[in-house]
Design a protein around this ligand. Structure first.
Ligand code: ZN
Length: 231
């Protein structure tokens, strides 16, 4: 009898431990961070970090697209300058892979879903990391993408194209917006998606500008605020 009871206690203890481990690991995969403003303006913005849990892309001087995206997400949300939280937005930073971030954004009910990437041409012959630089180099500048029938995705993308691309990123080769119905985070997000390729990490002036994101990340909040009319 005694040994039966002892066995039972061990079994129950193991079951509790296993449950804890299973639940614990589920929680760990949704490690997104949410920031709350002191006075909320009613909008939720999801900033999706790029290339988490997948392959990274490398640019001039070993620039990491993944690290650039991580740095930009925090600077835009809570960093230097007039950031999103100071402007009154609730901000969730997605720290999973693109599918996890899409699921997290949908379940949170974000109003705008913004993947933060940097760009590269298809061929290595189209890299330019050596001065002097032509600012009209075709593989430079800012590209913003949205779903084809999304009026507000298009409108918000234009605000980003203008305020991040034309008015800030040094390369002028692109600075365009267009629709793209194939990217997962555009196709499967309930929120209006604004998919930002902030600059070309394979063009050194753009790469240097991306690395100085603390000087311009406020433009993400500015682009959103300006389109929504400063709610
Ligand atoms: Zn990317």
């Amino acid at each position: 009898m005694r040994s039966n009871n002892a066995m039972r206690i061990v079994t129950v203890t193991l079951a509790v431990l296993i449950t804890f481990l299973l639940v614990g690991s589920t929680v760990a995969s949704y490690a997104d961070v949410t920031y709350y403003p002191s006075s909320w303006n009613g909008y939720k913005i999801y900033l999706s970090q790029a290339h988490i849990g997948g392959s990274d892309n490398i640019g001039c001087q070993n620039f990491s697209e993944r690290q650039g995206s991580i740095d930009l997400s925090y600077e835009a949300a809570i960093g230097a300058g007039y950031n999103l939280v100071e402007r009154g937005y609730k901000v969730r930073i997605g720290t999973g892979n693109y599918k996890e971030n899409t699921t997290s954004s949908n379940s949170w009910g974000s109003n705008y879903h913004i993947p933060l990437h940097s760009n590269a041409p298809n061929e290595s012959s189209q890299w330019d990391c050596v001065s002097p630089f032509d600012m009209d180099w075709p593989w430079s500048g800012t590209v913003v993408m949205y779903y084809s029938t999304s009026t507000h995705g298009k409108g918000m993308s234009e605000s980003f194209r203008l305020r991040v691309g034309e008015w800030s990123s040094p390369g002028r080769g692109q600075d365009v917006k267009y629709y793209n119905n194939n990217l997962w985070e555009i196709k499967y997000t309930n929120a209006y998606a604004v998919y930002l390729e902030s600059g070309f990490h394979t063009f050194k002036p753009d790469k240097d500008w991306i690395l100085g994101e603390e000087d311009w990340a406020w433009r993400i909040g500015y682009s959103i605020d300006a389109y929504l009319g400063y709610p």
